[in-house]
Design a protein around this ligand. Structure first.
Ligand SMILES: Nc1nc2c(ncn2[C@@H]2O[C@H](COP(=O)(O)OP(=O)(O)OP(=O)(O)O)[C@@H](O)[C@H]2O)c(=O)[nH]1
Length: 389
């Protein structure tokens, strides 16, 4: 395979990927990293196309050489930036933009020197360095990284070195190294570039898919308005404590509370003001709880608190602290200061409880508190003592 064919294959590969991404992303909101990566790939596709025409007489060699490599460095810089973004380093631009400018200047200077070996060295070193940056981004957070990320980091680093070595050998040993002719080195480096295009492409898309799955799993158990577990998330957190309740020891307490007369907030001040009030109430609860306690939103304006290893008396004290705090703290919505109250039901998980019996009991307690006039706490009915034979 000659160099032109390889360049054409690189252009075609990137163009096909860009076309597939265009149709895939059409009309959808795209994550920042994916958008950056797509732009990087578009620039690379353009770069390889321009370089295909280098020396063909269609365009002046100076234009194809410098423009082609400038596009390539821009594209590789953006691709590397996208990988840094997936590693949680959003400030990559402050380093990547100077790196792209430096690479273009370096290559331009090599063009002025007008030595093909020096040009090759500049191009290969800069390309290798950009791919090394991709490898470093993939290796960031190695300890917690998934296997795919680690494998991509190692492979990308090895191939990046091969790309750079080709430039060094072209200058240091223009006649080849032992039995290794420069043509073979050139072939290896081109194959490395082709592989890099493939593995960073598939790798990025697979990592992006994995990120989306993780995000979906996260929001499936989260109330995104209040940033607390939703009903499903809260029940998942509750499950191990239900199992533990079958063993003797300090019980786990459950508090369920409902915001009183919340409808009037929405009616008087609007839904956004209602959201502000809910956030403030959740914040007040958080401040009163231990790290091991859990808050969850069951439905509407009904919340649950899980207090592991907490006796009923202590749970009542915690509930009272939260109730009193909410009662005396005015909440600032856009247009007014409002005072809210909550009604609460409190119980502990019993050995023979199922989630149904547990929530039935605590909901009854909550209803008792509501019926008794709201802004109060009711303790769930005590267990019925076993009949003596
Ligand atoms: N702003 C806002 N309102 C919500 C949200 N979820 C539920 N609501 C509203 O909260 C209100 C809850 O009303 P209810 O629990 O039925 O009654 P209430 O007015 O709180 O009165 P009591 O519970 O009887 O004290 C309803 O109007 C819901 O539309 C939310 O996420 N944001």
């Amino acid at each position: 395979m000659d160099l032109k064919t390889i360049l054409f294959a690189l252009a075609l590969g990137n163009l096909t990927l860009c076309a597939a991404l265009f149709f895939h992303q059409h009309g959808k909101a795209t994550a920042a990293a994916l958008a950056t990566w797509t732009r990087g790939r578009q620039l690379q596709a353009a770069a390889w196309l321009v370089l295909c025409f280098h020396g063909s007489g269609v365009l002046p060699p100076l234009a194809t050489g410098i423009a082609g490599y400038a596009l390539l460095f821009g594209g590789l810089g953006l691709e590397s930036g996208a990988f840094w973004e997936t590693a949680g380093k959003d400030h990559w631009r402050s380093r990547m933009v100077p790196a792209i400018v430096l690479a273009i200047l370096l290559y331009g200077a090599a063009y002025v020197v007008d030595e093909p070996g020096v040009r090759l060295l500049a191009g290969a070193l800069a390309t290798g360095a950009f791919y090394m940056s991709v490898a470093a981004a993939l290796a960031a957070g190695w300890k917690n990284a998934v296997m795919l990320r680690r494998a991509l980091a190692v492979t990308t680093a090895v191939l990046a070195v091969l790309v750079a070595v080709r430039g060094v050998l072209a200058v240091a040993m223009p006649l080849g190294w032992g039995g290794l002719s420069l043509a073979v080195v050139q072939y290896l480096a081109s194959a490395s570039l082709y592989l890099l295009m493939l593995i960073t492409g598939f790798g990025f898309l697979l990592l992006e898919r994995e990120r989306q799955v993780r995000e979906l799993e996260r929001v499936a158990v989260l109330d995104t308005l209040l940033d607390v577990p939703n009903r499903r998330g809260f029940f998942a957190a509750l499950a191990p404590w239900m199992a533990l309740a079958r063993r003797p020891g300090v019980p786990t307490a459950l508090v369920v509370f409902d915001v009183d007369n919340f409808k009037r907030i929405n009616d008087d001040y609007g839904h956004p003001a209602g959201d502000v009030v809910l956030r403030a109430i959740v914040d007040m609860c958080r401040k009163q709880l231990r790290d091991s306690d859990q808050i969850g939103r069951l439905v509407g304006v009904e919340f649950a608190l899980l207090l592991p290893r907490t006796e009923l008396q202590h749970a009542l004290t915690v509930a009272e602290r939260i109730r009193a705090c909410i009662e005396v703290t005015p909440i600032k919505t856009g247009r007014a200061l409002v005072n809210m109250t909550v009604s609460m039901g409190v119980t502990t998980i019993r050995a023979d409880d199922s989630t149904v019996s547990l929530f039935k009991r605590v909901d009854e307690a909550l209803q008792t508190a509501k019926m008794a006039g709201r802004n109060r706490i009711a303790e769930a009915a005590p267990p019925i003592p076993a009949a003596t034979p």
